[in-house]
Design a protein around this ligand. Structure first.
Ligand SMILES: *[C@@H]1O[C@H](CO)[C@@H](O)[C@H](O)[C@H]1NC(C)=O
Length: 238
């Protein structure tokens, strides 16, 4: 105990300070139908077209506004826009709480953790429950949705390591992103895809892709595909 307090005084995040109570709050109550990850996937209908609607938000970390401008909505450029991350998170959690069939996908973790840090235990317990039920889930896994063209692989590995550790230390397994999420990134690289595969993600969602490519993939129904990102590492299948 003393050891942990000492670390906090030094300003080092204690990664093993999670209490037994918090661990309990993050363990799905299977007997009450709770389950996170793939356990909470909707049941697919047979012989029908299954359409997945994924409510999510996209916060453009570092794009045109500072972190705090985007978080609070207060800045000189957009004249105190009502669109801000704090409102979005407050509203989303309220909306999720109102209807148990609602789900939300979130990827912009710096905003989430800043919001989380200032919430009281009532809200935190709501989040634990939503995570246990697989109704709020995190995708992406990185601290940001980094660019894929100019970013060095060191930086990519570092920001993923930082955020995945932080998610695990705060929310354990129910917070673990299972897929990556590169939405609105200007181009995609096979190196990035290869790194994501090596980090153990099950899927990699990318957007946008070139219009020509998208059109031909829509026609040939191949928008979902296996991307062999590395020429050197092994792959499954022929
Ligand atoms: C996640 O956190 C738990 C509890 O702190 C720890 O036991 C576990 O090793 C962590 N997992 C990873 C992959 O770091």
């Amino acid at each position: 105990m003393f050891y942990i307090i000492l670390l906090q005084c030094l300003g080092v995040a204690p990664v093993f300070s999670m209490t037994a109570v918090t661990k309990d709050l993050l363990t799905p109550l299977v007997e009450y139908g709770e389950g996170c990850g793939y356990m909470s996937c909707p049941i697919m209908g047979e012989n029908v077209l299954n359409v997945h609607v994924v409510p999510s938000t996209h916060a453009e970390l570092g794009y045109t506004r500072t972190f705090y401008q985007h978080f609070t909505g207060y800045d000189d450029i957009y004249d105190h826009s009502k669109v801000n991350m704090k409102n979005i998170l407050d509203a989303v959690i309220t909306a999720l709480w109102a209807h148990e069939e609602r789900k939300f996908t979130f990827s912009d973790m710096p905003y989430f953790f800043h919001w989380w840090k200032n919430r009281d235990m009532t809200v935190k317990r709501m989040i634990y429950q939503l995570l246990r039920q697989g109704r709020l889930y995190f995708v992406g896994g990185g601290w940001s949705m980094s660019d894929e063209a100019t970013t060095s692989y060191h930086a990519i590995i570092d920001h993923f390591t930082y955020n995945l550790r932080k998610i695990n230390a705060t929310f354990l397994d129910c917070g673990r992103p299972l897929v990556t999420w590169q939405a609105d990134v200007y181009g995609h690289s096979k190196e990035f895809a290869s790194l994501m595969a090596q980090m153990g993600f099950d899927g990699h969602f990318i957007n946008p892709i070139s219009y020509e490519d998208e059109l031909s993939r829509m026609k040939s129904k191949s928008l979902e595909f296996i991307w062999r990102g590395s020429d050197d590492l092994g792959c499954i299948g022929p």
